[in-house]
Ligand binder design. Structure first.
Ligand code: GTS
Length: 173
């Protein structure tokens, strides 16, 4: 296939593209990027906005999930028949984007409970005991990365209050 999707191992912002391609009888290649690979930073540095998804059609490269959808919409006759229809489709898609952003805030930012701190603590301990132990668990890895990047928590995890304390009292860790 000439199409390649480069993205994390989630549905995320790529599933609409995948659904479009599948429904239109297209094939594509998946270039799956693990969190570990992403964290190395080399790929991020090459991405126009420092983010995924990246989409290629042969030698042509695109970023931004909605630009990808629009490109495929144009290419596969899914983008209306005149300027007014296209304007209405753009309006509807912008509405979907507004909803998606609300959903992303719900999923990635607002849901937090005391259980999250407890689970994060234990997962971080696991990573100390066995670095890489979450590598084959993309959802858990993403969870740890997401929680650890909350600004206040990120600062705390980098502070001596966290890094300066042993995990256990008997010296094992
Ligand atoms: N507006 C962009 C789009 O629609 O493609 C947003 C892309 C984006 O937020 N990418 C996230 C990312 O690359 C991953 S996801 O939210 O789509 O799952 N995050 C990693 C980083 O380093 O920013």
């Amino acid at each position: 296939p000439s199409y390649t999707i480069t993205y994390f191992p989630v549905r995320g912002r790529c599933q609409a593209t995948r659904m479009l391609l599948a429904d239109q009888g297209q094939t594509w290649k998946e270039d799956v990027v693990t969190l570990d690979t992403w964290m190395k930073g080399d790929l991020k540095a090459t991405c126009l906005y420092g983010q995924l998804p990246k989409f290629t059609d042969g030698a042509f490269t695109l970023y931004q999930s909605n630009a990808i959808l629009r490109y495929l919409g144009r290419k596969h006759g899914l983008y209306g028949k005149d300027d007014q229809e296209r304007a209405l489709l753009d309006m509807a898609n912008d509405g979907v984007e507004d909803l998606r952003n609300k959903y992303l805030v719900l999923i990635y930012q607002n849901y937090i409970s005391f259980v999250d701190y407890n689970l994060l603590d234990l997962l971080l301990i696991h990573q100390t005991l066995a670095p890489g132990c979450l590598d084959t668990f993309p959802l858990l890895s993403a969870y740890v990365a997401r929680l650890s990047s909350r600004p206040n928590l990120k600062a705390f995890l980098a502070s001596p209050q966290h890094t300066g304390l042993p995990i256990n009292g008997n010296g094992k860790q």
